[in-house]
Design a protein around this ligand. Structure first.
Ligand code: ACO
Length: 448
């Protein structure tokens, strides 16, 4: 089996969003805190008629229709999500409705969860299946679906919502370089959801930022070592055309890429230019602890990495900046952004991915991009993703309405016996929506 990876992709995000600069005014924080400080433009959110189940149904149906895939051809379905609606029944089982209708109930896989990493775990499971002896020749399907909502306070502007579906198989345009993979897993309390009565996480924001960067360093070091062992030469950021990061908010992505540059400097990569080396030299003696705290290092490394950030990272940031943190879908929405922006020139290039889930689990891995075979070719995928149109057709709502929607959802979370407004006026045709939850907590959905 050659070039196992992502054959096709589709994305769905809610048609409602709030602008970050309006949210700054509403929250009474200093001007620029969310837009420049966090680097975010707008944030999507689910109203009471949508949730992670409806979004995943919408995106799966859309992918199957857009690429004309017979539901009988799916042999494995894996879901990544950290939005808990049921502690036992997987989101995957709701998606089975689409396949049962066509007489296909022979589909392996369940949900994977660990914060924003579940989508990557689901993706690895599918790829491993296709590469294994148990593969039966059919496609794998991976779904990442999340609604990121935070309690009032500094984390609230880092929410978002989306679902992504990815078809997995051989001869893929986005194929895994499975040998280069570096993981870092550990036990920390940086972001977690211990309160089962609330959808909101408990979050130690500062700790989560440091954990993210420490995990990045660790994964990059393992990744580089494996590459060097197999290729017999040093890896530096110049060996990849794009770096795609899990994006809770854009500022952390900027810091992350600068951190990789600093790592290349510490590893004495010949690709680090003399001028940049001089600027980073004062920080060469910092302990790693000190290096995470140093504002000066952060500034200097961002400055020397800026031109490379513009070419290797900026094209990946569109959807995460416009939609917000989509938890498990965030990393793959960033991948979709580069497919949207650069599909004409991607063939033959390498994309390095960094997946991070609090708690914590993280992996750096890489893709080799190929032209692909119809209908799984880069230009067709970009056309089906239809990112510009989806972003432009959204409805901007006032922060007050966003806050009211979250208040209502607080009451609805874990509740039974209610009917939604069934107001589908903003939803596009083909979108699934929640109609009611009965006295047995059973959820019912309809399609617009
Ligand atoms: N203009 C420009 N920049 C500003 C302004 C302003 N008016 N005001 C503040 N800033 C900058 C700050 O300097 C800071 O930038 P820096 O990091 O480069 O110093 C940035 O805006 C954020 O300001 P802080 O005061 O650090 O923000 P605060 O601590 O209030 O909240 C945080 C930020 C911690 C990210 C919070 O939103 C949060 O907890 N989010 C959820 C956790 C998260 O996403 N963690 C990431 C990894 S884990 C995961 O993926 C869930």
């Amino acid at each position: 089996r050659k070039d196992v990876g992502i054959l096709a992709m589709d994305i769905y995000f809610p048609p409602t969003c709030v602008l970050q600069d309006e949210l700054e005014n509403h929250d009474g924080v200093s001007k620029g805190k969310y837009t420049i400080g966090l680097g975010q433009d707008s944030m999507a959110f689910c109203t009471e008629v949508e949730d992670v189940i409806s979004m995943s149904l919408t995106v799966v149906k859309s992918l199957l229709e857009n690429y004309k895939i017979d539901p009988k051809c799916i042999g494995r379905l894996e879901v990544g999500s950290e939005t808990v609606i049921d502690k036992s029944k997987s989101i995957k089982t709701w998606l089975m409705q689409i396949f049962e209708e066509c007489g296909n109930t022979d589909i392996e896989g369940v949900d994977s969860s660990n914060a924003c990493y579940g989508g990557t775990a689901a993706l690895f499971n599918c790829v491993n299946w296709v590469e294994s002896n148990s593969w039966d020749g059919r496609y794998g399907l991976v779904v990442c679906t999340d609604s990121a909502v935070y309690a009032e306070g500094p984390a609230r502007p880092t929410g978002g919502a989306a679902a992504i579906a990815m078809l997995i198989g051989p001869n893929a345009p986005v194929s895994f370089e499975s040998k280069y993979r570096g993981s870092h897993m550990a036990h920390v309390y940086d972001f977690y959801k211990p309160d089962l009565a609330s959808e909101y996480p408990v979050v130690d924001g500062k700790l989560s930022q440091t954990c993210y960067l420490m995990a990045l360093d660790s994964c990059y070091n393992v990744f580089c070592k494996k590459y060097e062992k197999l290729e017999g030469k040093q890896f530096s950021i110049h060996d990849a055309d794009y770096f795609v990061f899990h994006s809770p908010y854009n500022k952390l992505v900027q810091k992350s890429f600068a951190r990789l540059y600093y790592n290349d400097f510490l590893r004495k990569c010949s690709t680090v230019e003399d001028g940049s080396r001089e600027k980073l030299e004062p920080y060469s003696g910092l302990s790693s602890e000190e290096s995470y705290q140093s504002r000066e290092l952060e500034k200097a490394s961002q400055q020397v990495a800026k031109h490379l950030y513009d070419s290797k990272v900026q094209p990946t940031t569109l959807i995460p900046k416009q939609v917000g943190n989509m938890y498990t879908a965030s990393l793959y929405a960033a991948l979709a952004s580069v497919m949207h922006n650069k599909n004409e020139t991607l063939a033959g290039q390498r994309i390095v991915m960094f997946s991070y889930g609090s708690g914590l689990t993280s992996t750096m891995f890489s893709f080799k991009i190929n032209e692909g075979q119809h209908p799984f070719i880069l230009s067709n995928i970009a056309g089906i993703l239809d990112v510009s149109k989806k972003l432009e057709s959204r409805h901007v709502v006032a922060p007050e309405k966003f806050v009211a929607a979250l208040k209502l959802m607080e009451h609805r979370y874990g509740a039974k016996d209610f009917t939604t407004s069934q107001d589908t006026s903003l939803l596009a045709p083909g979108t699934y929506y929640l109609t009611h939850v009965d006295s047995m907590y059973r959820r019912f959905y309809a399609v617009k």
